[in-house]
Design a protein around this ligand. Sequence first.
Ligand code: HEC
Length: 146
Amino acid sequence: MVFAPKVLACAAAVLAIAAVAFHANAEDSETSATTTTQTGINPFEGKPDAIEKGKSIYSNTCLFCHGANGMGARAPNLVKGMFRPNGGADDEIIFGVILGGRPGTIMGSFEGTLTTDEIWEVMAYLRAEARTQALQKGKKKRIPNP
Ligand code: HEC
């Protein structure tokens, strides 16, 4: 019975260490979005839930200037040309424009208004929209003559 308290104390110490380790892991996964931002890779690309969320963020925040379905209005089209699949517009650069805005134009900075995740979600939506519109256009072109 002399050893029992020691064994308990030891077990408690092991548990405490495990808890700290677990907590550290949880924190690592929370910062992963920021890490992905730095690598310029959209963590939400092609993910249906994020695309849906991005669509509603777009409608509330960007549509007023960039038009329905990203098709342009008082601000440029965001789903054609370089924004097409393989169109060359780089995710990291687009992210930078949304985060920082275009100084000297009405395209303002969304830093502090949208989280980094929300910016990626809007971009996932715009990429999906560009893909859909490119496919639709392709189909129209391929209609054979009677
Ligand atoms: C108040 C109007 C306005 C709003 C709201 C707005 N934009 Fe813009 N945006 C513009 C204008 C105008 C430009 C073109 C700036 C220029 O001349 O370079 C632009 C440019 C951009 C560009 C670069 C386009 C290019 O051809 O280089 C991206 C990407 C963009 N906006 C995304 C967004 C997103 C995403 C949102 C919503 C979160 C948004 N914008 C909200 C007006 C707006």
